[in-house]
Write a protein of this length. Structure first.
Lengths: 343, 626
């Protein structure tokens, strides 16, 4: 374990304990750097022994992150990280498992696994770096690329309707769903921390700038001066208020959200009060469909509900079987059914 | 006289008893007729009695093929004998058919003079039409070559159950038990084990339980009173090696082997799988063994199944996945990953007829090359192949032993014939089975993820949760020793050769290829997997005729045992029978530069002994030593 002093938590770990000696190979200016930095910074806060942390990824620029985390790591194959995480976590529930994926890795080739790991509620944290492009293969459109987007593989624009990652997660029964932004480190680290502390599958979409193949994909939110006009911070139990002067809010008219200006007879109590623990996913879903420029984009925890984790239920059946049948006895098992003796 | 006590009636004077060495019965009927059940019960009873037994089921892939149609016919063949047997028999001596479609589908396999027991009740106009009969074969002379016994099974069963309280449809469902009872009478088998089975199976459904028992006995008594058969037959106990036995299918033995491996290695077993015929039984079986700490995971697809198993292996547990050909195709990328990260992983691969969906319920050996080479890059894996249903137990354990000791994915290569076929298994004592040594890396000062054991070239198994050994693995090429990502050309060559050499060295850790018959001679019949029974039986017959023929069955397909070249060199000719178009033959020809002769069959059915025999005669028949 670490030998450094200067304790930051009971385990006396620091950010640098989580940095590897591998040269970071992302393009200068890539949003991945910020996500890595916040992830490394968060680790000591979790008070989990380093040897119990595992980062598992698929393939893509984003998926290189495990090489830079001084924990256990597995850079696997394209789209399949959730499957490896599932097997590992089912067999060793004590581990803290993170899955790092991209919009192509998680929603295209690995879409099936992403759905199923979330519905099972395996206790892992999935961070999906959404740059709306295939970075590693140098700039083809992805399942989150805007309709009509021109890329190297769509010179006349795409004709594919994009997915909304949060909507996918909600529909797949994810028990924790959140969004953050690479260039907002404070919000990012706080969101990853919430996700990491959630029991069950936590899914975070991180808007990430690929400055080489899709620069400015999230430019609307880049400039701090306008960010508060174009995003709305979700806080549990609080009304949806946004704007530089916190002068605007979202009101629900049935299932239709509408933007209102506070004052003139509209007060905070008329606004949509965010309840992340609400079981019924309809409101979570509405949040997942709010996009700039029609609406400010929700940032933070959309949904955080409790239900038993997959690995706990699997273990429970094993315990029950042992209680009922006793610890497995091979000789007894071999003799199951009719047997006979030859002298 | 009755069968009340389940034992052979002691006062059965009116029937002569004829001693037979071996009998092969085929039960055939509509998929809804319960032929598998009748066959299995007959098998268990014969095995319990002390015969050697061997079975092969044959069922349609469709769960509900149209009733009465030829594609809807399901059959079960059991061979039982007073001596050691190795196959379920080339041809049935007795064919029991429950409807016209079954007659149409199976009569061709019954030799002239064979006993044909027909359920006449089903030979109605519509049923005859469904079976594509223009005339009723029971009424013309088309069956004169056979000893036909007509039994109105349906109506006799209905009469026996008139007071059962069941409705007509439920009553009709018990008619297989009537037929079974009749066969028990004919072959002097006791009823008690089947009665016990009904009692357990239908414990919660007493009416159905009683109906089956009643009609089973009615069938038995009918044999006794109806004077349909001039003789009854007796097949004496077989002279098997002493021990405790049970009848077992290959897939059940496979599952038992894997749980046993988990106990022997003292590591919990994880099984990730996606249902696919004929491998699904293994998932069913293992999911019952939770009190052994086994965790089964029905994944969303085969990729997730192997991925999760790799995750379990990474975590320091026994990672296992199982499938058939189409599933292995999906797993191939992940299997390549397991090769790269050098983790112990076992893939149970139960072959069926391909390509594509092929014939799911029919057997085949055409996935050997897929298993060996069906991945990108130089990507060697260890491969073991059981030769009989009960050997599946042994080689399931062996697959894990190799995987763990050599830190390599290992394929356990079986097929539908082995998986669904059955034979007596001599039950071992658990504490006599050798333990499987497992070594985990612990020492942080001496740890490098891609250090190698000087003897086996295995890398250390360092699992999450171990302090100080934090490291990263993955599918990118690894630098020697450190395991860091490397694009260095010389390193790639070195690592590729390490991976190949690691598998090659397994040859030092496995037994030599064994030759049955003479150590040298005119012809070696070389096989792998489920062809064993037919090969061995044909060779035994050929040797009785004075031919200098031997056989050898490869249980290790990668690497080959080190003496294979020597064995081949001691024979003038090599014959390789395979249920494919010559895959092992291709490997043997290229590796040993020998002009091996291929015998190929791809009908979805196993070899008949006669087919191997014929080829032996063709090759060396003129060389009979007198
Ligand atoms: C089976 C397979 N198909 C294709 C590829 C090529 N490939 C690597 S990464 C990638 C797309 C990655 O996109 P994304 O997940 O969005 O990651 P990013 O690079 O944008 O972070 C593709 C197509 C591969 N490695 N494996
Ligand atoms: S290609 Fe884009 S996503 Fe990949 S490292 Fe460069 S900037 Fe980042
Ligand atoms: Mg991307």
């Amino acid at each position: 374990m670490t030998t450094e002093a200067a304790p930051e938590g009971p385990l006396a770990l620091q950010r640098k304990d989580f940095v590897t000696d591998q040269e970071v190979r992302w393009c200068p200016g890539c949003g991945d750097y910020s996500i890595l930095a916040q992830t490394q910074k968060l680790m000591p806060e979790l008070d989990v022994p380093r040897e119990n942390i595992v980062f598992i990824s698929g393939i893509g620029c984003s998926s290189r992150l495990p090489y830079y985390m001084n924990t256990y790591g597995f850079h696997s194959i394209h789209g399949r990280a959730p499957t490896i995480a599932t097997g590992l976590k089912v067999m060793n529930p004590d581990l803290k498992v993170f899955v790092i994926t991209g919009d192509g890795d998680g929603l295209s080739i690995g879409g099936n696994h992403l759905l199923h790991v979330m519905r099972r509620n395996v206790d892992i944290t999935i961070v999906l770096f959404n740059n709306r492009i295939y970075g590693l293969t140098k700039g083809q459109y992805s399942p989150t690329s805007e309709f009509g987007k021109r890329t190297k593989s769509s010179p006349m624009g795409t004709v594919d309707t994009p997915l909304h990652p949060l909507s996918v997660a909600i529909s797949a029964e994810a028990s924790f769903v959140a969004r953050s932004l690479d260039i907002d480190p404070k919000h990012l680290i706080a969101t990853i921390e919430r996700a990491a502390r959630h029991k069950g599958t936590s899914f975070i979409e991180v808007y990430q700038n690929c400055n080489v193949f899709n620069d400015g994909a999230f430019m609307e939110f880049a400039d701090k001066a306008v960010r508060s006009d174009r995003t709305v911070r979700l806080e549990h139990g609080q009304p949806l208020i946004f704007g530089k002067e916190r002068e605007k809010g979202i009101r629900l008219n049935g299932t239709t959200p509408e933007i209102v200006t506070l004052g003139n007879g509209v007060s905070e109590s008329d606004l949509w009060i965010h309840d992340e623990t609400r079981e019924d996913p309809v409101l979570s879903f509405i949040l997942s469909r709010m996009h700039w420029p029609d609406f400010p984009e929700p940032m933070g925890v959309v949904r955080a509900v409790e239900r038993p984790t997959y690995e706990a239920l699997v273990q429970q059946q094993v315990d029950e079987a042992i209680e009922r049948q006793g610890e497995g006895d091979l000789d007894k098992l071999f003799m199951e059914g009719d047997t006979w003796t030859v002298e | 006289m009755s069968a009340e006590d389940g034992r052979r009636p002691s006062d059965a004077p009116s029937h002569q008893i004829e001693e037979l060495e071996r009998v092969t019965i085929r039960f055939a009927g509509d998929s809804g007729d319960g032929m598998q059940l009748a066959g299995l019960q007959f098998t268990n009873t014969s095995a319990l009695y002390g015969n050697d037994v061997s079975t092969i089921p044959d069922f349609p892939a469709e769960i509900r093929a149209p009733a009465g149609s030829i594609p809807g016919v399901s059959s079960f063949q059991v061979s039982f004998s007073s001596h050691d047997i190795h196959t379920p028999g080339d041809q049935p001596d007795v064919l029991v058919v429950m409807n016209p479609a079954a007659l149409k589908a199976h009569l061709g396999d019954l030799p002239k003079g064979g006993l044909l027991i027909v359920n006449t009740d089903e030979f109605t106009k519509p049923n005859l039409r469904k079976a594509l009969y223009a005339e009723n074969p029971l009424e013309d002379d088309s069956l004169v070559a056979y000893r036909v016994v007509k039994v109105p099974v349906g109506s006799m069963n209905a009469r026996a159950l008139a007071d059962s309280g069941l409705n007509t449809m439920q009553i009709d469902r018990s008619k297989n038990s009537f037929a079974l009872g009749l066969m028990f009478w004919l072959y002097e088998r006791p009823l008690d084990s089947t009665i016990r089975w009904f009692e357990e199976k239908f414990a919660r459904n007493p009416e159905v339980r009683d109906a089956n028992i009643t009609t089973l006995k009615a069938g038995y008594n009918f044999g006794d009173t109806a004077e349909l058969f001039p003789v009854r037959y007796h097949v004496a106990k077989a002279d098997l090696p002493p021990g405790r036995y049970r009848n077992i299918t290959g897939n059940a033995a496979t599952a038992l082997g894997f749980v046993t491996a988990s106990k022997l290695a003292d590591l919990p077993l994880f099984y990730g799988s996606y249902p696919i015929t004929p491998a699904t039984d293994i998932l069913h079986e293992l999911s019952r063994f939770k009190n052994f700490g086994v965790k089964t995971f029905q994944a969303e697809d085969e990729i997730a199944a192997i991925g999760s198993a790799i995750g379990a292996s990474f975590g320091g547990f026994l990672g296992l996945t199982g499938t058939s050909g189409p599933g292995l195709a999906l797993k191939s990328e992940a299997l390549g990953l397991a090769v790269m990260v050098e983790l112990p992983l076992v893939v149970a691969m139960i072959q069926r007829a391909g390509p594509s969906t092929g014939m799911p319920t029919k057997t085949d050996q055409a996935d050997l090359l897929q298993v060996l080479f069906g991945r990108n890059g130089e990507s060697p894996v260890a491969v073991v192949a059981p030769a009989t249903p009960s050997e599946c137990f042994t080689y399931a354990i062996e697959a894990f032993r190799l995987a763990l000791r050599h830190m390599t994915p290992t394929v356990f290569l079986s097929d539908g014939y082995l998986g669904t076929g059955s034979e007596p298994w001599r039950v071992p004592a658990a504490d006599e089975l050798p333990r499987i040594e497992v070594k985990f890396a612990k020492d942080a000062d001496a740890f490098n993820p891609y250090d190698r054991d000087p003897e086996t070239l295995a890398r250390p198994w360092a699992t999450p949760g171990t302090p100080g050994l934090e490291h990263r693995i993955g599918g990118l090429e690894k630098a020697d020793v450190t395991g860091n990502v490397s694009y260095d050309p010389d390193n790639h060559e070195k690592m590729t050769r390490f991976r190949a050499e690691k598998i090659a060295r397994i040859a030092n850790d496995i037994p030599d290829l064994e030759v049955v018959g003479g150590e040298s001679g005119d012809l070696l019949v070389l096989g792998w997997g489920s062809t064993y029974g037919a090969n061995l039986s044909a060779v035994i017959r050929a040797r009785k005729e004075g031919l200098a023929v031997s056989c050898a069955q490869l249980r290790y397909l990668n690497p080959f045992p080190s003496n294979v070249g020597d064995v081949i060199a001691r024979f003038d000719q090599v014959l390789i029978p395979e249920l494919n178009l010559g895959q092992l033959a291709m490997l043997v020809r290229s590796r040993y530069l020998v002009d091996a002769v291929s015998l190929n069959k791809v009908t979805g059915r196993p070899f008949l002994i006669a087919e191997i025999e014929e080829k032996i005669h063709e090759l060396v028949g003129s060389k009979v030593k007198v």
